[in-house]
Write a protein that binds this ligand. Structure first.
Ligand SMILES: [Mn+2]
Length: 323
C-alpha cells in the first residue's frame, strides 16, 4: 500500500490523522461496543494507516471511557435512557474532534455505539464552519436511520436518535441533556444522505418524508447497483462540499459483520461497503469518519470477521486501493 494519491480539498494537513478512540456503549443496552476501539487497534488498523498509508497519527493512546463524566443518578428524561451520561460524553467528544478538525487534520473516531456521532459530527461541523465558512454534508451508512426524536423512539436508546439532535429536529434548552448542542454544531437536513437503510421505524419514515431527506435504501441498491447509488448520493450533496462519513457496521449484511447490537439481514456486502468508502475518498472531500457499533463480545473468538470488516472500511475511506 502507498500513501493516497487523491488531493484532499478541505484539509490543510491532509497527511495528518487525528484518532479518537471512544469506549462508550451507553447509547444502547448491550455491553461490548466499548471494547471495539481496542479490538480494531490490536488487529493492526493504526499501524496500517501509519506504515502503509503514510499518515502521521495524532492519538493520545487512550480508549476514552469517560468514567469521570458518569452521573451518579441518570433517570429517563423525555423517554431517553441514560440521557445525562450520553450528553456528557458526546459534549466532551465534540470538543476532542473539534480540536483535531480545527487544526486541519482528518478525524477518525472509533466507537462505541452510534450515539457518539452527536459528538463527532457536531465537532467537525463547527470546525469546518470556522475554518472554511461553509456547511458540511453527512453520509450516514446504516441499516437504520437513527433519526428518531425522543418522542418517536420505542426503545428510548439514544443510538437511535443522533441524527434528530444533529439536525435540530430534536432540541433541548440549555440546562437539559443535549442543551449544549448549538446551531453552529448542527447540520442541515438537505446536506444529509443515507445509504443502506432497511429497518426504519414508522415515525422515522414520516420524518424522512416530511423533511425531504435523501435516503437510499437496500431497495435502491438492488435496483440501481451500488455504483449508481453512490453517484446519486454524492450528486445530491454536491461535488464541492466537505463530507463527514458516519459508518455503522450494521449497514453490512450480518454475513460480513455479525458482531453488532442490532443486525438486520439483507444488507450491503463487504465489497459494497468498501466501495462506498473508496468513492467517498475519491471525491477528495472527506474530512472525518466514524466507525461504530462493532461489538466484539457478540461473536466467539472476539469478532474477527466484524473487526476485519471494520478495518477494511476505514482503510478504504483513507485511500487504500485495490490496485
Ligand atoms: Mn446507526
Amino acid at each position: 500500500m502507498d500513501a493516497p494519491t487523491i488531493q484532499n480539498k478541505f484539509l490543510s494537513k491532509p497527511n495528518e490523522l487525528g484518532l479518537v478512540a471512544v469506549g462508550f456503549s451507553g447509547g444502547q443496552c448491550k455491553p461490548g461496543t466499548e471494547a471495539a476501539p481496542m479490538a480494531l487497534i490490536e488487529s493492526g488498523l493504526v499501524d496500517q494507516l501509519k506504515d502503509d498509508l503514510k499518515y502521521s497519527i495524532y492519538y493520545d493512546g487512550k480508549v476514552h471511557a469517560y468514567g469521570e463524566l458518569m452521573p451518579d443518578d441518570d433517570p429517563d428524561y423525555r423517554n431517553m435512557k441514560k440521557p445525562r451520561a450520553v450528553s456528557a460524553v458526546t459534549k466532551q467528544l465534540s470538543s476532542q474532534v473539534y480540536e483535531h478538525a480545527r487544526d486541519g487534520r482528518f478525524v477518525l473516531t472509533l466507537g462505541g455505539d452510534h450515539s457518539i456521532a452527536i459528538g463527532t459530527i457536531s465537532g467537525t461541523a463547527k470546525a469546518i464552519r470556522e475554518r472554511l465558512g461553509r456547511d458540511m454534508a453527512v453520509i450516514w451508512v446504516d441499516a437504520h436511520a437513527d433519526i428518531n426524536t425522543p418522542e418517536t423512539s420505542d426503545s428510548g436508546n439514544i443510538h437511535g436518535m443522533p441524527v434528530s439532535f444533529l439536525t435540530g429536529l430534536a432540541k433541548e434548552s440549555e440546562d437539559k441533556p443535549f442543551g449544549w448542542l448549538k446551531d453552529d454544531q448542527r447540520i442541515s437536513v438537505s446536506k444529509l444522505v443515507y445509504i443502506g437503510l432497511r429497518d426504519v421505524d414508522r415515525g422515522e419514515k414520516k420524518i424522512l418524508r416530511d423533511h425531504g431527506i435523501k435516503a437510499f435504501s437496500m431497495h435502491d441498491v438492488d435496483r440501481h447497483g451500488i455504483g449508481r447509488v453512490v453517484d446519486m448520493a454524492l450528486g445530491w450533496i454536491g461535488r464541492d462540499t466537505p463530507i463527514h462519513l458516519s459508518f455503522d457496521v450494521d449497514a453490512l449484511d450480518p454475513m460480513w459483520a455479525p458482531s453488532t447490537g442490532t443486525p438486520v439481514r439483507g444488507g450491503l456486502t463487504l465489497r459494497e461497503g468498501d466501495f462506498i468508502a473508496e468513492c467517498v475518498h475519491e471525491t477528495g472531500n472527506l474530512v472525518a469518519l466514524d466507525l461504530v457499533e462493532v461489538n466484539p463480545s457478540l461473536e466467539e473468538h472476539g469478532a474477527p470477521e466484524t473487526v476485519r470488516a471494520g478495518c477494511s472500511i476505514v482503510r478504504c475511506a483513507l485511500g487504500d486501493t485495490l490496485l
